[in-house]
Design a protein around this ligand. Structure first.
Ligand SMILES: [Fe+2]
Ligand SMILES: [Fe+2]
Length: 238
């Protein structure tokens, strides 16, 4: 297991696999960061029910753009230009969850509850990682991500508590995003995921992280009086 702390100046000296893996995971991370605002700003920002909600949507989007910038800077330093993901269409995003469009408040809330939470899990993989420039940006990014998922969680709980049709709409959104969230952890039998762990770039295997995530979200969903969706229906990766 590799546990040295690597700075930018050291990256040329170690096995190219290290740079390849770092470049790969951060390119996907950068695409997901900017992918969020592209899903919801257009329809959700002008349709916010209150001024505070509108401010929060705008701030969330601004923070995601900043997360993108931070990832893009680290990638730029190791010679990878990811500016193309700024303008490519949603359908091209690396991760399925970011390929559609969010047009309802139920979807926006559940996206925060489930997908921003996957984002937190993914960022937590890098806490204390061997690539020091990445490790250094994490505290701020994680703090903001926590705000996004708390907002999504509270909004989802509020809508579920109304019961009736409102609750049914939330359940529908939950059924849609739940499996998308589970898929974001990737294949359980992934050789690459073992290489990330070997190089100290991730802490958990895909399967471990997904397991912990399910435990956390399932209890939140049940606590809101909603049904935990079928974890296998419509999944792409197991
Ligand atoms: Fe983010
Ligand atoms: Fe977020």
């Amino acid at each position: 297991m590799f546990r040295d702390k690597i700075e930018l100046k050291d990256i040329e000296k170690i096995d190219p696999e290290y740079r390849d893996l770092l470049g790969r995971v951060l390119t996907i991370q950068a695409d997901c960061e900017i992918g969020g605002p592209h899903l919801y700003v257009e329809d959700i920002l002008p349709a916010a029910p209150t001024k505070i909600d509108q401010l929060i949507v705008a701030r969330t989007a601004a923070e995601e753009v900043d997360h993108f910038r931070k990832m893009a800077r680290i990638l730029g330093d190791i010679g990878l230009d990811v500016s193309y993901v700024l303008s490519w269409p949603n359908q091209k995003r690396y991760v399925e969850a970011f390929r559609g469009k969010i047009t309802t408040w139920e979807d926006f809330a559940v996206f925060g509850l489930l997908i921003d939470r996957v984002g937190r899990y993914q960022l937590e993989e890098y806490v204390g990682c061997t690539y020091a420039p990445l490790d250094r940006i994490l505290p701020d990014v994680l703090k903001e991500e926590e705000g996004h998922l708390d907002y999504g969680t509270n909004k989802t709980a509020e809508m579920a508590a109304k019961g009736g049709e409102a609750k049914e709409r939330v359940q529908k959104a939950l059924n849609y995003w739940y499996v998308k969230g589970l898929d974001m952890f990737g294949h359980s039998e992934s050789r690459r995921s073992e290489r990330y762990i070997y190089w100290g770039l991730k802490r958990r295997t895909n399967a471990q992280a997904r397991q912990e995530y399910m435990k956390e979200v399932n209890s939140l969903i049940e606590g809101m009086g909603l049904e935990v969706p079928d974890p296998n229906a419509g999944r792409l990766y197991f």
